[in-house]
Ligand binder design. Structure first.
Ligand code: HEC
Length: 156
C-alpha cells in the first residue's frame, strides 16, 4: 500500500512537476491577456476615428483629438514586459495569438511598432484640425496595424 501510494505521488509529481513551468507559470498567460487588452484599446480608439473618417459619425474635433491622443498614449507605453518569450500562441496552446516568429526574428517586430508610432504621432497632430486631415492620417495608422498583423498575428 505504501509503495503504491508512493509511486502514485511520484507519478503525479512527474506530470505536474515536469510540466509545472508551462502550467503554473501564469505570467505568460497574463502577459498575453494584457496585450490583447491593449489591442482592444487601440481598436476602440481607432474605431472612433475610423467612424468619423468614413462619415458614419459626424466629425467632432474634440472627440477626434481625444481618441487620437489616447491612441498615442497607448502606443507610447513601454510594452516590453507584455511580450515575454513563451507567450506565443503555440507555446500557450491557443488557437490564435502572437506568432512564434516575433521572438525568432526579433527585433524585426520593432520596425512594425515604430511604424505605428509614426502613424499615431501624425494622427494626434492632425485629428483635431478638420475631417480631411483626419482622413489623410487614417492610412498611416491602419496600415501599421495591418502591417504587423499580417506577419506576426495568427488569426482563428
Ligand atoms: C507590433 C505588432 C502589432 C501592431 C503594430 C498592432 N498589433 Fe494588434 N495584435 C498583434 C498581435 C501579435 C496580436 C495577437 C494577440 C497577442 O498579442 O497575443 C494582435 C491582436 C489584435 C487584436 C485582437 C485582440 C484580442 O482580443 O484577441 C486586435 C483587436 C488588434 N490587435 C488591434 C490592433 C489595432 C487597432 C492596431 C493599430 C492601432 C494594432 N492591433 C497594432 C500585433 C500588433
Amino acid at each position: 500500500m505504501k509503495t503504491i501510494l508512493k509511486s502514485t505521488i511520484f507519478a503525479i509529481c512527474a506530470t505536474v512537476c515536469l510540466t509545472g513551468t508551462a502550467v503554473a507559470d501564469g505570467h505568460l498567460e497574463k502577459a498575453a491577456s494584457a496585450r490583447k487588452a491593449v489591442m482592444q484599446l487601440y481598436s476602440f480608439n481607432l474605431g472612433q476615428l475610423g467612424a468619423m473618417a468614413k462619415g458614419a459619425v459626424e466629425y467632432n474635433s474634440e472627440t477626434a483629438s481625444a481618441a487620437a491622443n489616447n491612441l498615442l498614449a497607448l502606443v507610447s507605453m513601454n510594452q516590453g514586459p507584455l511580450w515575454p518569450q513563451g507567450s506565443d500562441y503555440v507555446s500557450l496552446g491557443h488557437e490564435a495569438g502572437a506568432m512564434p516568429e516575433i521572438w525568432s526574428t526579433y527585433p524585426a517586430i520593432t520596425e512594425k511598432s515604430k511604424a505605428l508610432m509614426v502613424g499615431a504621432t501624425n494622427m494626434a497632430k492632425v485629428a483635431g484640425m478638420d475631417l480631411a486631415s483626419l482622413q489623410g492620417a487614417m492610412g498611416g495608422v491602419g496600415g501599421a496595424c495591418g502591417g504587423c498583423h499580417k506577419v506576426f498575428r495568427k488569426k482563428k
